[in-house]
Design a protein around this ligand. Structure first.
Ligand code: BG6
Length: 475
């Protein structure tokens, strides 16, 4: 058995992590433009206004805005069949509520899409990958208000109509699932999703529930619009998921592992099952959370079911009910698995977790899945001759893809593509670093802003090229 010859091999990128040109082409400020650089040890800072003494990595990033042609040529040379990009909302509606879209912004994405199409690469477009116009947070209280849903839908309508015929696979949101009222959130995740800091929220549970509900509703409404504009369109939403294994076979640990793994699924359930899940409403009620759910909302859930599910997979975690001696905490809660290796940033490397997750999600919904992100953030060394021998990255990808193939060919999971994150070095979302590199393509840009931005092919570049050429046969 082989992967289908149409399997979408490619990569995933996001505007704020690579475009730069933050104040060009009529673009407004988005929340990521106010997020300073940080590191594994020092968290990124959020500033209310731009500060001269701070470094904001999104401002120049890797200058994809001016170099997209060269970069797309490099992706094409690797044989990419698809590239997932995001359209930065603040390039199209700089203030979020402008009466007319910004023509220069629309034009820029036309050029990017045209280049991709010219090179035979299918564009897959994410409509919200953390690029929230700052003015929406200031004037409309971010996703806490219904006006923001309407502004988002106007943006969606504008771009989906504008690029009709050029794009047919649309993704409404990237990883809205990281904030849940059941658990503590971090400032980083509430900020990247909503431009709001968790530590400053007065009624935390209520706020997280409202954000989660409104974003879910916005996605469902967007799906309807996407399909109305062009019946050829397919709509998906991307979730970042980390299965959590029980630390022991104690029933308490097993139950907790189920709860931890399933915690991030209420929004997928809402988008796949045609109604906002009753168990979540029960939980909200139990916690004194009140939501405004109209009859119109309820009807929309029925009409906005996704055509496909996008999964971002980086790691798994461990659930333990033992209070004593908690091992190192995992990024999305739970503990780090002692049986697994970790990246330099403490993310566990668990290829089998990918097979587990693919099966878990597929058996729940039986709808097509696309891997929208997976990759290894690592420190790369450039040798004197300019080469980067990133064998660790090749190993990582090889192991994950071998599990993906098992899920498809042995378990029958309908997975129609693999989009590696980020095929060209770009700014890390969680730390703001360049040092945390994911790419097949090395970019000469360092954390202090130095570097000539030149691009070069790493060893993994040739490996992925071969892999695509053999349609995944030669791992
Ligand atoms: C995903 C995000 O959660 O993780 C990306 O969708 C992000 O935007 C990726 O870049 C990897 O995380 P990081 O923090 O290493 O960039």
């Amino acid at each position: 058995m082989k992967l289908s010859k149409d399997f979408l091999w490619g990569g995933s990128i996001a505007a704020h992590q690579l475009e730069g040109a933050y104040n060009e082409g009529g673009k407004g400020l988005n929340t990521m433009d106010l997020f300073t650089s940080g590191s594994y040890e020092t968290p990124r800072k959020i500033t209310e206004t731009l500060q001269d003494d701070q470094l904001y990595p999104s401002h120049t990033a890797i200058d994809f805005y001016h170099r997209y042609e060269e970069d797309i040529e490099l992706f094409a040379e690797m044989g990419f069949r698809a590239l997932r990009i995001s359209i930065d909302w603040s390039r199209i509606f700089p203030n979020g509520d402008d009466p007319e879209p910004n023509k220069e912004g629309l034009e820029y994405y036309h050029k990017v899409l045209d280049k991709l199409i010219e090179k035979g690469i299918e564009p897959i477009v994410t409509l919200f990958h953390f690029e929230l116009p700052v003015a929406i947070v200031k004037n409309y209280n971010s996703w806490l208000s219904r006006e923001t849903i309407e502004l988002y839908l106007k943006f969606v309508k504008t771009v989906v109509s504008e690029y009709k015929g050029k794009v047919t696979k649309w993704i409404t949101f990237n990883e809205m699932n990281h904030i849940d009222p059941q658990t503590e959130a971090s400032d980083i995740f509430t900020y990247i999703l909503a431009g709001l800091e968790y530590s400053k929220m007065t009624d935390k549970k209520q706020t997280l529930a409202t954000l989660g509900y409104n974003m879910t509703l916005a996605s469902v409404k967007a799906v309807k619009i996407i399909r109305e504009i062009d019946p050829k369109n397919q709509a998906g939403c991307v979730f970042g998921l980390a299965p959590s294994y029980p630390k022991t076979c104690k029933p308490e640990d097993v139950l907790l592992s189920f709860q931890d793994t399933i915690r991030d699924f209420y929004q997928i359930d809402a988008m796949m099952l045609g109604e906002f899940p009753k168990y979540k409403l029960f939980e909200f009620k139990k916690n004194g959370i009140e939501l405004e759910i109209t009859e119109e909302d309820q009807a929309t859930f029925k009409e906005g079911i996704l055509d496909f599910i996008g999964l971002n997979y980086y790691m798994s975690a461990v659930s333990s009910t033992e209070a004593e001696a908690k091992a190192q905490e995992a990024l999305f809660g739970g503990e780090v698995n002692p049986y697994l290796e970790k990246s330099d940033w403490g993310w566990t490397v668990d290829p089998i977790g990918l097979r587990y997750l693919l099966n878990f999600v597929y058996r729940k919904y039986q709808k097509p899945i696309i891997i929208c992100e997976n990759g290894l953030g690592a420190v790369d060394q450039v040798a004197e001759n300019g080469e980067v021998q990133d064998t660790y990255r090749i190993d990582y990808l090889q192991q994950h893809l071998s599990q993906l193939k098992k899920a498809v060919l042995e378990d029958g999971v309908e997975c129609f593509g693999y989009l590696m994150w980020g095929p060209i070095d770009l700014v890390s979302a969680s730390t703001g670093e360049m040092k945390k590199r994911y790419g097949f393509i090395y970019v000469d840009k360092q954390d202090d802003g130095s570097g000539d931005l030149s691009r070069s092919r790493k060893a993994s570049y040739y490996w992925y090229q071969k892999l695509i050429e053999t349609n995944g046969e030669e791992l």
